[in-house]
Ligand binder design. Sequence first.
Ligand SMILES: NC(=O)c1ccc[n+]([C@@H]2O[C@H](COP(=O)([O-])OP(=O)(O)OC[C@H]3O[C@@H](n4cnc5c(N)ncnc54)[C@H](OP(=O)(O)O)[C@@H]3O)[C@@H](O)[C@H]2O)c1
Length: 199
Amino acid sequence: MFHQLDVADPSSAACLADFIKHKFGKLDILINNAGILGVTYQFDDDSDLDKQLEGKNANVTMEWWVQQTFFSGDELKEELNDVDKLSEERLDELAELFVDDFKNGELESRGWPAKGNGFVAYKASKVLLHAYTRVLARKHVPSLRVNCVHPGYVKTEMTRGTGDLTVEEGAAGPVTVALSPPGGATGVFFFRTEPASFV
Ligand SMILES: NC(=O)c1ccc[n+]([C@@H]2O[C@H](COP(=O)([O-])OP(=O)(O)OC[C@H]3O[C@@H](n4cnc5c(N)ncnc54)[C@H](OP(=O)(O)O)[C@@H]3O)[C@@H](O)[C@H]2O)c1
């Protein structure tokens, strides 16, 4: 069964929620898969982006992602790791702060992922999503389990087919976590099917 959804439009999300409620009464599993790179690169041709992605293809490891994704300073990192103090409101504020810092050229001085490595908006969105996962997990224990999964580097449109995993191999992580038996992990970051550390 198919239903349209724009995750960036709250009325669209409410419409889907309403549909599920009336059709099925409840939802058992949600995989929040939608994502965009978030920054449009404009080159004379596409070769530079293709080169960046090809370069990644050879070197993608968990360590690479941790180095690439996380922060140039410690303060923000520590704040996002302190799940007991974090709130949804603070994460909204940090998202707005990221946009301001981006516009004002202050990303690195504030401690966001370094701009020189590219894809900064994407990385910031994932970092905030990881933190949000833990806030939601804490809020809903024990009725809901909330986790996030890095699927690995997957051949999709987003990577222009340069990933080293097939879509089926990439999907194994989210599907395994979603189908884990009651009493399983919550508030955990997985790399593929294995729990991984946040920083
Ligand atoms: N591929 C990788 O190596 C990799 C690595 C790490 C994490 N991820 C994450 O895995 C997820 C899937 O990525 P992918 O590689 O499959 O990328 P993709 O091929 O670009 O697919 C992204 C999907 O998100 C949907 N989407 C985008 N904006 C949306 C919106 N506002 N509302 C609803 N749906 C929306 C797109 O729908 P339409 O086609 O209808 O626009 C598309 O189906 C993303 O969150 C990505 O960040 C991917």
